[in-house]
Design a protein around this ligand. Sequence first.
Ligand SMILES: NC(=O)C1=CN([C@@H]2O[C@H](COP(=O)(O)OP(=O)(O)OC[C@H]3O[C@@H](n4cnc5c(N)ncnc54)[C@H](O)[C@@H]3O)[C@@H](O)[C@H]2O)[C@@H](O)CC1
Ligand SMILES: [K+]
Length: 500
Amino acid sequence: MRYISSSRMKAIDTNCAYLGMSPLQLMENAGAAIAQSVKERLGSGKVLFVAGRGNNGGDAFVAARHLAGTPGYIVRVILLGKDRDIGTEEALHNFSLLRFSRVQTLEIRDSSQLTASEWFSEADLLVDAIFGTGVKGKIREPESTAIDLINKEGKAGKTVIAVDIPSGLDPDGGEFEKTVDADLTVTFHRMKAGLLTEQAKEHTGTVKVTEIGVCADAEHYVGPGDLQMLQKRKPEAHKGKAGRILVIGGGPYSGAPALAALAALKAGADLVTAAVPESVSRIVASYSPDLIVRKLSSNILCPEDLSILPDLINSHDVVVMGMGLGRATETLEAVRKVLPFCRKVVLDADALSALSGTLFETLAGNCEIIVTPHAGEFARLRNMETPEIHEAREKAVREFSEEKGVITLLKGKIDIISDGKQTLLNRTGNPGMTVGGTGDVLAGITGSLFSRNPAFLAAVCAAFINGAAGDLAFEKAGNALLATDVLEKIPEIIKEAGIG
Ligand SMILES: NC(=O)C1=CN([C@@H]2O[C@H](COP(=O)(O)OP(=O)(O)OC[C@H]3O[C@@H](n4cnc5c(N)ncnc54)[C@H](O)[C@@H]3O)[C@@H](O)[C@H]2O)[C@@H](O)CC1
Ligand SMILES: [K+]
């Protein structure tokens, strides 16, 4: 069964807003679904909604309004707090509409008002909307008493419907200190992982998964919601905590490793070292005082460099390798010899040419790999043409990733990112970005995010950030866009997403 984590569900909600769907629309659909479920369980009578101060409560306010418009129901809402305590704009908006909706409301000061209320015992059916996916920590008052009072009525034989999840249940792990015992749980969009656990099953009752009109692309394309899943930078963090990246590149070219290294810095890494062949080390160092440059032995990467690379790799969190290396036989041999020392690596450009035979299999389990090919490089990796048709391309990326145990970020008009199980698409970016160097920038951003986040999340977010930075740069430069323009815009995107 497909299920979803609460953080991913939140990301999808944010992505919906990014696509132009207001959170109010989702809440309206969620509330309407709850009202419908109430009607299916109770033909007429008194319905009590017990609502918390978050969006779970907001769903209840909508449901109450819908139900009150149907003859035969007396609809009551207890808000666990005062209206000024309501935490979200959408929930507050829907609460304020209850004044005009023939719904009786009670705002409470503390739990003594709850125990004194007759509304619990008078209800024929109770709706639990105390909290949903936003529950955190030990359950406080008056929420704790509210859960007890709902359960008391449930034990007396009344129907209890939980909105999204029984209040108190952890949406991901299914653990709880105290939770509502529901007869029916109406959960939104997808099954929440926590509802499937054995201990949860005793409290959820029947679980109904209801569509609430989420735009399909909010789930299948990367968006700002996914960026919010990235680890935030802690203000108290000391140097090195936000990632140490080793870029191995250059030789025939000098710009490519510099772009990747600078992109890693712009995307938030603390320390970036560029290990480049001696012939280009001074040029790379001259690009920016922000770069630490380590000189390799020759004019190209070669097996002799193995005398210094393993130590350098050990003192960094992630290796980003390939940009501007060239494809000399010694270089490709060196790449193959370096890989077993890596624990986390982003492989781009020429490094991809080294990945022949059973190399992936020998690395499996020891090293997390993200590969970032374009269509031509992907064709060489697989020894097969890269399909033109999107669906076939997506399938190829998914199957390759699964078979090789890597994360693939196939660059294109629509980027395809897969770990073999999950696949996401990205459409930020523009035709101006076909200019040289934007791939190097992407590899650097990927490495930077990978140092502090799971590989798949790092890859999808890097694709989004790179494209979005390119779109910002395009506004000014149009088709004359340069990779360095993209670089300059990365911090704006990171800042806007609130992750910098
Ligand atoms: N756009 C969206 O995000 C949508 C969210 N929806 C609903 O919104 C819910 C998530 O909403 P929220 O993120 O606002 O969170 P919740 O409404 O689940 O919970 C947050 C509220 O509970 C309180 N709270 C949390 N832990 C507590 C504790 N231990 N003791 C006492 N009080 C505690 C918080 O102070 C806050 O008032 C979902 O479960 C779903 O029902 C739906 O409206 C569909 C769309
Ligand atoms: K609930």
